[in-house]
Design a protein around this ligand. Structure first.
Ligand code: ASP
Ligand code: MG
Length: 415
């Protein structure tokens, strides 16, 4: 059994669905679980719908029409014969969605969100499954809500692994399964979601529970690159890396693989392939146990729009446990996600994303006890497996506001 995951970009229009079907077709003789996300940017469109619905705004209908029109356009292109069964299935989903909207909002925003957001995946997988059947790829559509059981922590649900494993194991009889990424359900049958971009994680859940021989994430890039080409035009593909390296990269801010994806795969030593759906014949990247290849190529992770705060006690006292615990409590209170810290005898520096409200809140919490200075519009650059040449090149013509090195990583706050 192999697991394939296709994200929004791989089902963004009718031609992408045809391309996906060709990839599945070429693996037709294997046992597959195919996990698919919502089409294109539909999850964002569903978020607008939810937002206007909860605000009781007049744009609710417009948002809903946009979603319906988008899917219909793809349907008409893929299934010119309007008598095809897929139309019944999709209209049923539209009907269910409208029913949720008519029932009215739940008092809990997050629960309302989850009762709607997953329709993106329900629609995309129905279209994909029917199209595969039309292309003579026999397959079974499974509702992830009846397989992936979670707690009721809406929008960020935690998986009940035991139950999920039982459910998935009981459904492995079909040779090609199509199911949704990102969603599950709680013990009362309410739809839940695993956090934005959670479909990679769903693929890992299926991989773990089905004891798959591999999981493949199909993307619009050639594999995992050693930098975002937007910041670093010479970016190149990493052929092989360890689970540990993949976790480190996402910890430092790389966004290729959803961070929760790696652990379940590592636990069962299931290799993760990241491959291009545009050039499926190419090798891609494999993430596996061996760390032997990690240092072959430096990796660069850029995080923009950072602010670097330098915090010093007004009474000239040392930065020690009491000050530190006070500062951390205030950072948590202002809901700031810290990207880097450093301290000296008299000052504590902290780097995080510059969002006006949070920064102002933090300033107001600290200003009685501390002097606070800051630099904004900074970039946090992390270089894994660096060498001196790379460091010189990457910091040339930049002001280094702060620098931190460990054996494998060099980090700079730059302007
Ligand atoms: N469709 C969901 C999202 O865009 C899940 C995913 O694509 O991974 O967040
Ligand atoms: Mg997505």
């Amino acid at each position: 059994m192999k697991v394939f995951k296709f994200g929004g970009a791989s089902v963004k229009d009718a031609d992408s669905v045809r391309n996906l079907a060709r990839i599945i077709e070429s693996h037709k003789s294997e046992k597959l679980i195919v996990v698919v996300s919502a089409m294109g940017k539909m999850t964002n469109a569903f978020e607008w719908l939810i937002h206007s619905f909860c605000d009781q705004s007049s744009t609710t209908k417009e948002s809903l029409d946009h979603i319906i029109d988008f899917h219909n356009a793809i349907l008409w292109d893929l299934f010119p014969d309007k008598k095809e069964k897929v139309y019944v299935a999709i209209n049923e989903l539209f009907y269910q969605l409208q029913e949720v909207l008519e029932k009215g909002r739940d008092t809990d925003y997050d629960q309302t969100y989850d009762s709607i957001i997953g329709f993106g995946e329900l629609l995309s997988t129905s279209i994909v499954s029917h199209f595969l059947s039309k292309e003579s790829v026999s397959n079974c559509w499974l509702d992830a809500r009846s397989l992936i059981k979670t707690n009721s922590d809406f929008r960020q649900a935690t998986v009940n692994w035991e139950e999920t494993e039982k459910n998935i194991q009981a459904n492995l009889t079909h040779s090609i399964i199509v199911s949704q990424g990102f969603i599950g359900s709680d013990k009362n049958g309410n739809m839940t979601s695993l956090g934005r971009e959670g479909s990679d994680f769903t693929a890992a859940i299926f991989g773990y529970c089905a004891k798959a021989e591999s999981v493949t994430i199909w993307k619009d890039v050639e594999g995992v690159l050693n930098a975002d080409p937007k910041h670093f035009p010479e970016a190149s593909k990493i052929d092989k890396m360890s689970y540990r390296e993949a976790i480190e990269l996402s910890y430092y801010g790389a966004t290729v693989i959803h961070p929760k994806t790696i652990k379940p795969l590592e636990n069962k030593l299931i290799p993760l392939y990241v491959k291009s759906f545009i050039h499926p014949e190419n090798e891609g990247t494999v993430v596996q146990k061996s760390m032997e290849f990690d240092a072959l190529l430096p990796s660069y992770i850029f995080i923009e729009n950072q602010i670097l705060l330098s915090i010093s006690p007004k009474d000239f006292s040392f930065i020690a446990e009491d000050n530190l615990s006070f500062i951390f409590a205030k950072l948590a209170e202002a809901k700031i996600k810290v990207n880097l810290i450093q301290n000296s005898a008299l000052s504590f520096s902290v780097c995080f994303e510059n969002s006006t409200n949070k920064v102002e809140h933090l300033f107001s919490l600290l200003k009685g006890t501390f002097d606070v200075r800051y630099n904004d519009e900074a970039t946090l650059l992390t270089i894994r497996h660096y060498n001196e040449e790379v460091l010189t090149k990457m910091t040339a013509n930049k002001t280094i506001l702060l620098e931190q090195k460990s054996r494998n990583s060099a980090r700079f706050v730059l302007r």
